[in-house]
Design a protein around this ligand. Structure first.
Ligand code: KIV
Ligand code: ZN
Length: 399
């Protein structure tokens, strides 16, 4: 099975989420957790942005010894020098140089010709080689770059010494079909691309970051970049937990896997949410509050018979203790029965039928019910008959 390298940029692109500012201690704790999670590389920051950021990266480099640490630098000597200072104590450092290549960026942001862009890329990579043996080069806004020009930049960057070539969808403009094709065409037109790791880095402006990343993997890329919970600039980055589980669940399609330790995913997600203050949307894939919660009677009935009816991933796989059966207006008799049993009551079939009727009346008045509501419902009518029952191993919880 093909190995997909995971480049986590929670501490760099993720921290670029509006309103997020992590302290050094928080960054170190998250970096340690990312190491436990088994990502291959942690992008720890952008040292040229401040002296504080240099110190943050130095602290992370000291604390994390078994995962490669990368930092971002623009194609300027002073950025590369800041990267060198920040990573001087790292066990396996990597310099990540970025330079935009699209016509829009060349014209409005860089005011540079195509040839000047190529020369700048070569200069930066060659300068970087004075301090680093491992250099990644990113063609910012690659998905809006002319293909012919992209081929030239990639070829020259490889000749200059880049070990990883990253083609980002910087503004989330790509579609899975075009994005996969871009990588296929690159390999066909730049034979030297076989000598380096090809990487992808997607943003979620159209909600397609994970889909585009999967298309890139299908087209043969070796490395994916993303963040925990998909945090990042604007609508965020690819959520790496989604990619890891998509590969695991659909080995038949991708025949590829990451080295991520799945049961650390949920803890990592909680930690990142806590320190960044960015709440995870309840219906977020893999790590959302509702990712393993079932409300409708039809689904609950299926789940109580066999969980694979409505779950393609076991919650325990990603470190979530159990599925949840939520009692709401769509819930059925089977789920209510389980809940009643879980609370320690045993009703006759006739009593259960009555309890279900009462429950339906109750739920019309409320958004959801809590244990106390069920206790009241049973106690009012059946307490003299209800007998204690063994606790089910199914955990039932409420929003
Ligand atoms: O989105 C982007 O293009 C980036 C680069 C620095 C890789 O974040
Ligand atoms: Zn980005």
């Amino acid at each position: 099975m093909r190995k997909i390298h995971v480049f986590d940029t929670t501490l760099r692109d993720g921290e670029q989420s509006p309103g997020v500012h992590l302290t050094m201690e928080e960054k170190v704790m998250i970096a340690r957790q990312l190491e436990k999670l088994g990502v291959d590389r942690i992008e720890a920051g952008f040292p040229a942005s401040s002296l504080g950021e240099v110190a943050n990266v130095q602290a992370i480099s000291k604390a994390v010894r078994n995962t490669s640490i990368a930092v971002l630098a623009r194609a300027h000597k002073k950025d590369i020098e800041a990267a060198r200072d920040a990573l001087k104590g790292a066990a396996t450092p990597c310099l990540h140089i970025v330079l935009a290549t699209s016509p829009i960026h060349r014209k409005y942001k860089l005011n540079m010709t195509k040839e000047q862009v190529i020369e700048r890329a070569e200069m930066a990579i060659q300068y970087g080689k004075n301090y680093f043996s491992d250099i990644e080069f990113s063609l910012e806004d690659a998905s809006r770059t002319e293909l012919d020009f992209m081929y030239k930049v990639v070829d020259r960057a490889i000749q200059a010494g880049a070990k990883v070539i990253n083609l980002p969808d910087t503004v989330g403009y790509a579609s899975p079909e075009t994005f996969g094709d871009m990588f296929r065409k690159l390999r066909e037109n730049v034979p030297r691309a076989d000598q380096v790791l090809l990487s992808t880095h997607c943003h979620n402006d159209l909600g397609m970051a994970t889909a585009n990343t999967m298309a890139a993997i299908y087209a043969g890329v070796d490395q994916v970049e993303g963040t925990i919970n998909g945090i990042g600039e604007r609508a965020g980055n690819t959520a790496i937990e989604e990619v890891a589980l998509a590969l695991e669940t659909r080995k038949d399609v991708y025949n590829a896997q990451t080295d991520m330790v799945f049961n650390e995913i949920y803890n990592t997600s909680r930690m990142v949410s806590h320190y960044t203050g960015m709440t995870v949307q309840p219906n977020k894939a893999i790590v959302g509050e509702n990712a393993f919660a079932h409300e409708s009677g039809i689904h609950q009935d299926g789940m109580l018979k066999e969980s694979s009816t409505y779950e393609i991933i076991r919650p325990s796989t990603v470190g979530v203790s159990s599925s949840t059966i939520v009692l709401g207006k769509h819930s059925g008799r089977h789920a209510l029965k389980k809940k009643i049993e879980y609370l320690g009551y045993h009703l006759t079939e006739a009593e259960l039928a009555q309890a279900f009727e009462d429950f339906k009346k109750m739920i019309d008045q409320k958004k959801y019910v809590i244990d106390d509501d069920i206790h009241k419902l049973i106690n009012q009518k059946f307490i003299n008959h209800a007998t204690c029952y063994e606790l089910s191993d199914l955990v039932i919880s409420y929003p």
